[in-house]
Design a protein around this ligand. Structure first.
Ligand code: KG4
Ligand code: ZN
Length: 334
């Protein structure tokens, strides 16, 4: 009998379901919530309500697309945390009830670990150990990945995540949420050397992104006073220069981590891994440092259930099954 895992993701503003059959991702259905655009950020209560609307149709679609009935499922994998509590509750309660009703195991998945395990969806997968720069809206980490279940955070942000620096920077430029992909888009034909922003530094492999936002804010205030319409006129150059600074800060620590650990298998994961500028810079570094570089497909960078189903598959094989009284609170240790 084939082993089939249903993966469910609802930690922030994407409701997603995916079917994994014998270790292969069959589909990855995602409903993105556009309702937050007008508010300039994710509104937790609205996110939770949207998940409630989407969860049944999305799971139904994933099952139908894979041509299976829910009774054929072997286990259900779901994001347990970290994330927005109201959003997590929708996906996790649904997953738990369905698993209970079908009498099959529930598999708890740590959202950030799943971003890393997205590297096992497509071939070639990295060999162990590898370093993963995990960059999203809530996290910025360098993780030493020793095995599918053994991961160690060796560097992380002390304040804002880099995705937040993208989104808040974009907001200062008057762009809608989420601004990361828009900065990426406008930066493509901008001059990254046109403006400079100060890079903050912290010791070791940690990051700090709170200062650069303030640097952008003061810069925009000063220039707008001197020249009305400054932002619109120079948007592409501002985006390119701001993005270049964020990328510099990320790759500096990644190179340091690779030299320190002597690991040249390097991967990136999380929403910001979709950034074209970051991907290009890493490809250059691959040549300079002789790295084996792993960059996931775009659909597996931002939040998706494919990565949850893949993590679930590995936990299922390892017998890493949740207890029915586990809490959905985002308190999972990494
Ligand atoms: O992993 P993700 O989808 O959700 C979290 O787990 O947080 O990451 C979302 C973050 C947002 O900050 C978004 O602006 C950023 O990833 N992002 C990007 C790009 N695509 C998504 N940032 C820069 N360039 C992109 N192309
Ligand atoms: Zn994420």
């Amino acid at each position: 009998m084939q082993r089939i895992i249903l993966g469910i993701e609802s930690s922030c503003d994407e409701t997603s379901a995916s079917i994994c059959r014998e270790g292969k991702i069959v589909n990855n259905i995602i409903a993105t919530q556009s309702i937050h655009e007008e508010y300039g950020g994710v509104v937790p209560e609205l996110a939770s309500r949207e998940h409630q609307k989407n969860i049944v149709p999305i799971i139904d679609k994933a099952l139908k697309h894979a041509n299976i009935d829910k009774t054929q499922l072997s286990a259900i994998a779901c994001t347990q945390g970290p994330g927005l509590l109201g959003s997590l509750l929708v996906g996790y309660s649904f997953a738990k009830s369905l698993a209970f009703g079908l009498g099959i195991p529930l598999l708890n998945v740590h959202h950030m670990k799943a971003h890393i395990l997205a590297h096992f969806i497509d071939d070639p997968a990295p060999d162990f150990p590898f370093l993963c720069l995990t960059v999203s809206g809530g996290h910025t980490q360098i993780v030493r990945v020793n095995s599918v279940t053994d991961m160690q955070v060796i560097g992380q942000t002390r304040d804002d995540a880099v995705g937040e620096a993208f989104d808040k920077g974009a907001k200062l430029m008057g762009l809608p949420y989420p601004g990361g992909p828009l900065i990426d888009k406008y930066a493509r034909d901008g001059d990254p050397e046109r403006f400079s922003f100060s890079e903050s530094d912290v010791p070791g492999l940690d990051f700090s992104f709170s200062g650069i936002k303030t640097s952008l804010l003061y810069f925009l205030q000063k220039e707008t006073k001197k020249e009305a319409g400054f932002i619109d006129k120079h948007l592409h150059d501002i985006c390119a220069s701001y993005q270049k600074t964020l990328i510099n800060m990320l790759v500096k620590k990644l190179v340091q981590a690779s030299l320190q650990t002597n690991i040249r298998q390097v991967a990136i994961a999380g929403g910001v891994a979709a950034n074209q500028g970051l991907r290009l810079r890493l490809m250059q570094l691959k040549e300079t440092h002789g790295w084996e570089l792993y960059i996931p497909d775009f659909q597996y960078c931002t939040d998706n259930a494919g990565m949850i189903a893949m993590a679930g598959w590995h936990y299922y094989l390892a017998g890493n099954v949740a207890q029915m009284n586990d809490s959905p609170l985002p308190r999972m240790p990494f």
